[in-house]
Write a protein that binds this ligand. Structure first.
Ligand code: HAM
Length: 411
């Protein structure tokens, strides 16, 4: 026998019985985001590698370790590890800064990161997300966080925690980075290898290191004091305070997590994550924040922006199962020609219908009908000769015989 080729590590088939929940995630996204004025955008799954090294940042784990990069015709291409950079590219390339602000976009689709697979972490996974361009005011930050919460609620997910932080602007952050480096310097040799690299390039990223020995260092009083201190400038502080007021007005419960720095380099000011206690170590269902410099850094007009993305596999694992929708009709008959004709007629009239190709026994066909359909339409010899059909309501077991003309209106 030939070798069986298996699905690749970190990837999964999404099978038909999982679809009702996937459809719910997709349909609710379309409904809720478009009600809030967001239009869907679909960008390619591969882009120039440079988009991510410049966009996401070449000191991030995503760019350094996790990209699926390949060459074609001497071009370096990468499967998108996230979609903010791609949406920003499309925003710039299609001149969307000329549209009146805010420009609101949403998307869903597969992303690719070469990570160590574990529960809640895959190499191909799906995100649903939004990006809003053109508004600097913190009411945009509040609206985006509210939108994330509304979407999660629509999926029946309420038991979640919203964490927010402000990373300040490039100016005030620079000062904070220097302070952090000064207090960490005496402990440099005890930092993990990754943190030693980040120390020079991007010291803020040290704060979300998960290595125990690094966490111990951050717990030292003189370091904690710097981390917990209020480093942001007056303007950034006002932005953050207003955001908090708006979230309170919206009745969104949140906590401020000073260690929340996010794994992508484009953020400034507001960052946020929404976490679940039922997910184990990969507990973030949503991550997002403001990225006011990215459009300019990628060659566009200076345009503030904010957005979020959610991991759909993680949402899926938190959602309550829903039953697959039943068919309107299952036809029970052993006359193929008449069955095919009736199937065609019902489908032309927008009824969902299926039948048995194998001419199984009547009782077997009825068993199948009661599992997958709301009505069994019985097409026996009597019905065929009299031009009628017998319709059995499978939830009440009531059965009536009617003319074919009456069929559509009675199911
Ligand atoms: P992110 O935090 O890297 O942010 O990803 C967002 C969400 O995608 C995570 O909270 C998680 O639910 C899911 N996710 C990430 N990696 C994996 C994985 N390997 N397997 C399964 N799920 C995963 C971003 O991607 C930003 N682009 C979000 C954003 C949009 N910021 C502003 N706008």
């Amino acid at each position: 026998m030939a070798n069986i080729i298996k699905v690749q590590k970190g990837t999964k088939d999404i099978l038909p019985d999982e679809m009702p929940l996937w459809h719910k995630m997709e349909e609710n996204a379309r409904k809720i985001f478009s009600n809030a004025g967001y239009n869907e955008i679909r960008t390619p799954v591969f882009e120039a590698t440079e988009l991510f090294s410049r966009g996401v940042g070449d000191t991030t784990d995503i760019v350094n370790k996790e990209m699926y990069t390949f060459e074609k015709s001497e071009r370096s291409l990468t499967l998108r590890p996230e979609n903010t950079a791609g949406v920003v590219r499309a925003f710039i390339e299609n001149g969307m800064h000329r549209l009146s602000a805010p420009v609101k976009l949403w998307y869903k689709g597969p992303m690719f990161r070469y990570e160590r697979p574990q529960a809640g972490r895959q190499r191909q996974f799906h995100q649903v997300g939004v990006e809003m361009f053109g508004i600097k005011d913190p009411s945009a930050d509040a609206e985006v966080i509210q939108l994330a919460a509304a979407y999660l609620n629509s999926l029946g997910l309420n038991d979640l925690e919203v964490e927010i932080n402000s990373l300040g602007c490039p100016e005030c952050r620079e000062e904070f980075k220097n302070k952090l480096k000064t207090v960490l310097k005496p402990h440099f040799n005890l930092l993990c290898e990754d943190c030693q690299k980040r120390y020079e390039k991007n010291p803020l990223r040290l704060l979300d290191c998960k290595v125990g020995s690094c966490k111990e260092i951050f717990d030292k009083p003189e370091i904690k004091e710097v981390i917990q201190g209020d480093f942001i400038c007056d303007e950034c502080r006002e932005h953050f305070e207003l955001l908090k007021q708006y979230l309170a007005a919206l009745d969104i419960k949140y906590s401020v997590n000073k260690l929340l720095v996010r794994g992508l380099d484009y953020y400034n000011r507001t960052v946020f994550e929404i976490k679940s206690n039922n997910l184990g170590s990969q507990n973030a269902v949503c991550g997002g924040g403001r990225y006011d410099s990215l459009v300019k850094n990628l060659g566009g007009e200076d345009t503030p922006a904010i957005g979020f993305a959610m991991g759909m596999e993680r949402l899926y694992s938190l959602m309550e199962p829903v039953n697959a929708e039943k068919l309107d009709v299952y036809i029970v008959s052993d006359n193929k020609a008449e069955t095919l004709k009736l199937v065609k007629y019902l489908r032309e009239n927008n009824k969902s219908v299926d039948f048995d190709f194998n001419s199984k026994k009547f009782t077997k066909q009825m068993e199948k009908a009661s599992k997958i359909a709301n009505y069994a339409v019985i097409l026996g010899e009597d019905e065929i000769s009299s031009g009628t059909v017998s319709v059995k309501n499978l939830s009440t077991s009531q059965q009536i015989t009617i003319s074919r003309a009456e069929l559509i209106s009675s199911i």
